[in-house]
Ligand binder design. Structure first.
Ligand SMILES: [Zn+2]
Ligand SMILES: [Zn+2]
Length: 490
């Protein structure tokens, strides 16, 4: 409700419900409502102590005036916040023309490449067209020489860009990583670049690729200002969603000679807000568990045959969280999700996933689960087995790499847009940070007033407006790590 609405309804301007008497008193109360708390108090005292008949009257209008004052101030605050948010967006959007004029590039073909990749989405280890499109762009538009590209596995590849300026300090190789794969799901959007394939880029990897391609394009233009003993390696990794591409790329030698590695993921948080930790978990670790129970021949058991496994599985289900919390502690991050639960004919099965943020937490959770299952099985005369599979560790921002990334992001978006937090999903970039110190950041993509676009939903589309600011963060990071100032050759 607003003052304007009350006015339009031709009701009392201030309270909206009275017969219109004593407007002048109410107007005074309205304009000085915050200062009339004292009057309000006096009225209350007058009413209770002296039973003064007009005290009721004033109390009522003081209440109404305060209410209107609060509603109007909240509306003004909201309006101001929106205005500030829009100014912030405009400041971040200005990064695109700044980069274009500073480095002589254009983001339009980059956005077109992103849309092309989005439209022709491919799942893990099938990213043949995706790879071809990126390699063609790097060679034709960025003039990356063929020997700089090395293909790994069936669809992965790395691109090394070294400087042409005199060597400076020690030789360094800094890697930036992007995923190539889409999800095996149908896109439900109908815009022109919606996927025609049975796969869809609902995690935004199309935008991550475009960001690396644009960074490579800038770097190719700035090689004269990049020392000759400094190299940026662009790592294009297949099959992240299934969680096996990162590990295989490491096995194939993608990180040989790399000193440090960085990656980004888009997020549903505020546009341009960068979530990054100086040190610690940026994503959750992931592990699947599978519990099986089978009744033993045990004449000492009182429970009838055929239901003992059912009882055991019920005991496990109800005690799972208390048992894990008791061992791990409530302050630690651990989430157990049961995906399958069944028991019949003397057999029981339960499976699901465990998410965690530290290796020690995972080990304690596994131990707590094992102990609970053994106890439940012994109580109800069952054989038991617990199996764990598909382990993916959390992405851990190493120190000082996390701090370097935080510094670069702060330079671009400003201190007010930095968040010290990670995400609860898992990411197979963790395989890379286990081998080479590195860090990851999450770049927010939701405009003020816009509904958050959650990852992995069939209507997702990458917000291209975060590509230029992400490129700027990579450029500032490269400059900081290599101690140089990137400038496009005239
Ligand atoms: Zn994903
Ligand atoms: Zn992803």
């Amino acid at each position: 409700m607003s003052v304007r609405t009350l006015h339009e309804n031709s009701r009392c301007f201030v309270c909206g419900g009275c017969d219109g008497d004593y407007h002048w008193i109410k107007l005074v109360l309205y304009f000085f409502a915050d200062k009339f708390l004292l009057l309000h108090f006096i009225c209350l005292v007058a009413r209770s102590k002296f039973k003064y008949e007009y005290a009721n009257y004033y109390t009522r209008y003081a209440d109404q005036a305060l209410q209107i004052y609060r509603v109007s101030s909240a509306a003004i605050i909201d309006k101001n916040r929106m205005k500030e948010a829009e100014m912030e967006v405009a400041r971040l959007k200005a990064i695109q023309p700044q980069l274009e004029s500073q480095y002589g590039i254009s983001f339009s073909p980059i956005f077109a490449l992103r849309k092309h990749i989005h439209q022709n989405a491919e799942v893990g280890f099938q990213e043949f067209q995706t790879k071809a499109a990126i390699l063609a762009y790097l060679s034709q538009s960025c003039h990356v020489p063929a020997p700089s590209v090395r293909e790994l596995l069936s669809t992965g590849f790395i691109v090394d860009i070294s400087g042409l300026a005199p060597a400076q300090g020690k030789a360094q190789t800094l890697a930036l990583r992007s995923e190539l794969d889409a999800l095996a799901m149908k896109e439900l959007s109908t815009f022109p670049h919606a996927s025609r394939a049975s796969a869809a880029h609902m995690c935004g990897h199309d935008g991550h690729m475009a960001t690396l391609v644009a960074t490579a394009e800038v770097l190719m233009k700035c090689r004269a200002s990049l020392p000759g003993n400094k190299t940026v390696r662009f790592v294009f990794q297949p099959s992240e969603e299934v969680g096996n591409g990162g590990e295989q790329m490491v096995g194939a030698g993608a990180l040989l000679g790399v000193d440090e590695i960085y990656a980004l993921h888009n997020g549903a948080h505020k546009f341009g807000q960068v979530a990054v930790k100086k040190e610690g978990a940026m994503s959750a670790g992931y592990l699947q568990f599978s519990i099986s129970l089978a009744e033993k021949q045990d004449p000492t058991m009182i429970s009838p045959k055929g239901v003992r496994a059912t009882n055991a599985i019920t005991m496990i289900q109800t005690s799972l969280y208390p048992a894990i919390n008791a061992k791990v502690g409530r302050k630690e991050f651990v989430v157990c999700t049961v995906g399958e639960l069944r028991a019949e004919n003397g057999e029981g099965k339960m499976s699901g996933t465990i998410r965690f943020d530290r290796g020690e937490v995972m080990e304690t959770t596994k131990a707590a689960m094992g102990e609970l299952v053994r106890n439940a099985a012994a109580t109800f005369g069952c054989e038991s087995a617990v199996e764990f599979s598909d382990l993916s560790m959390p992405v851990i921002n190493a120190f000082p790499q996390g701090e370097y990334l935080l510094g670069a992001a702060t330079k671009v978006v400003g201190k007010g847009l930095i968040l010290n937090q990670g995400m609860s999903a898992s990411e197979d970039f963790s395989f890379m940070t286990q081998h080479v110190p590195g860090a990851m950041m999450l770049v927010g993509a939701t405009f003020p007033g816009e509904k958050e676009k959650m990852l992995h939903n069939p209507h997702f589309d990458y917000n291209e407006e975060i590509i230029p600011l992400s490129v700027a963060i990579w450029l500032r990071l490269i400059e900081a790590r290599f101690g140089c100032s990137l400038a496009a050759a005239a």
